[in-house]
Write a protein that binds this ligand. Structure first.
Ligand SMILES: *Cc1c(COP(=O)(O)O)cnc(C)c1O
Length: 394
């Protein structure tokens, strides 16, 4: 008999009733250290007092009005995202995939509004992940997500990650732009070299293409800058964000320059829930935390600290860990054993981590993680590796 919840997930046999900072607690009160943050979502940790207050205050006032009326909370969040980024305008969504859908539609509409509707194709990269809607599984191009779901949505041309010659060769008269994650998340914590992002920017400028970034996972402070592309010193034309901006409340956004957004006039796109008062109240509270003086410098500092400790762990457990990769607080361990085994061994040490492609285990702690909790995670990973190594020996 089918489960009451559609059985599309592999779920660990544990549930959490409460959280505080980087810790979550089972209904029985057992504490787990959360280095997954619900896949890079709970950027401010669990039950952050400022976020709790923002959501509770808004909940007393009004929850939902639809986008048929003025939305002061949205306006404020949009203005703050614009002031802190390359963007001139923002569309709010409930999820990452919807933010990408908006980005893809916008890139197509831009060329249509320029009189070139035949330019609708985006160049994408092998190993990418952009969500689970029909268009975003086509953009991600992974067979395991496409299989059985009918004809693949047309308009995406995948090339090898980091291969500039392949990108150039893939450009045709139908190309609208290039879509890329600055660090592939689900694909296995593969950073895109800054020179490569710069070269893509130049290529887009030279060929009249739009550079579309998927910062759903890398954005909102995860790498120690507000957005990961800042490390490369470039700006995109269009960018999708989600995950961290809601701190656990479903919220995403598509940010764009005025030029890139020129086709998106009244009636061309919409969402019933996107950017509702509850979501944007939390989004504004997240920005209060992340944009506070010194916060991102702290993320950089803690990211380096974690990376150094992981490098030492790798040296101690070279039989388990092959490589440490990633940036800021978006780090991955490429494993010599199955990544699911390390994930399971960590769970047994009451440490939550997340799998990724290329046999990687992801560490995505809340951005507010303390140095003590980083040390504790390392101790738990150390024990997990020791247990695993002993099991491999047997
Ligand atoms: C999670 C993710 C998405 C999809 O976001 P959803 O909220 O699950 O729709 C898209 N792109 C990247 C890079 C992601 O990490």
């Amino acid at each position: 008999m089918i489960a009451p919840v559609l059985p599309t997930y592999h779920r660990a046999p544990v549930s959490f009733a409460r959280g505080e900072g980087a810790w979550v607690f089972t209904p029985e009160g057992e504490a787990y250290l959360d280095f997954g943050a619900g896949v890079a979502v709970t950027s401010c940790g669990h039950a952050h007092p400022h976020l709790v207050a923002a959501l509770s205050d808004q909940a007393q006032k009004i929850w939902h009005t639809s986008n048929l009326y003025q939305m002061p909370g949205q306006e404020r969040l949009a203005r703050r995202l614009i002031d802190a980024s390359f963007a001139d305008t923002v569309f709010f969504t409930n999820s990452g995939a919807e933010a990408l859908e908006c980005a893809i539609k916008m890139a197509r509409k831009y060329h249509a509004s320029q009189g070139a509707p035949e330019r609708f194709r985006l160049i994408t990269f092998e190993g990418a992940f952009h969500g689970r809607t029909l268009a975003t599984i086509a953009a991600g191009g992974q067979e395991k997500y496409l299989d059985g779901f009918g004809p693949k949505v047309d308009g995406f041309d995948a090339v090898a990650f980091g291969d500039m010659a392949a990108v150039e060769a893939a450009i045709t008269d139908a190309t609208a732009g290039i879509l890329i994650e600055p660090i592939q998340g689900e694909g296995g914590l593969r950073p895109c070299p800054p020179e490569f992002l710069r070269a893509l920017r130049q290529l887009c400028d030279a060929r009249g293409l739009l550079l579309v970034l998927d910062e759903v996972q890398t954005g909102v402070g995860r790498t120690g800058k507000l957005f990961a592309h800042e490390w490369a010193g470039i700006t995109p034309d269009i960018m999708a964000i989600a995950k961290g901006i809601g701190g656990g409340f479903p919220l995403g956004a598509c940010l764009a320059t005025e030029r890139a957004a020129q086709g998106m006039t009244a009636g061309t796109h919409g969402s019933t829930f996107g950017g509702n008062p509850l979501a944007t109240a939390v989004g504004n509270a997240v920005l209060d935390v992340v944009l506070a003086d010194g916060f991102l410098a702290e993320v950089q500092h803690k990211g380096l600290l974690l990376k150094q400790k992981l490098a030492a762990l790798k040296d101690q457990h070279a039989d388990i860990i092959e490589e440490v990769r990633g940036a800021g607080l978006m780090l991955g361990l490429k494993c010599r054993v199955a990544n699911t085994k390390l994930q399971q061994a960590a769970l047994e040490q009451k440490l939550l981590v997340i799998g990724a492609g290329q046999n990687v285990v992801r560490l995505l702690p809340p951005l507010v993680i303390s140095e003590d909790d980083i040390q504790e995670a390392i101790a738990r990973l150390d024990r997990a590796c020791t247990v695993l190594a002993a099991a491999v020996q047997e």
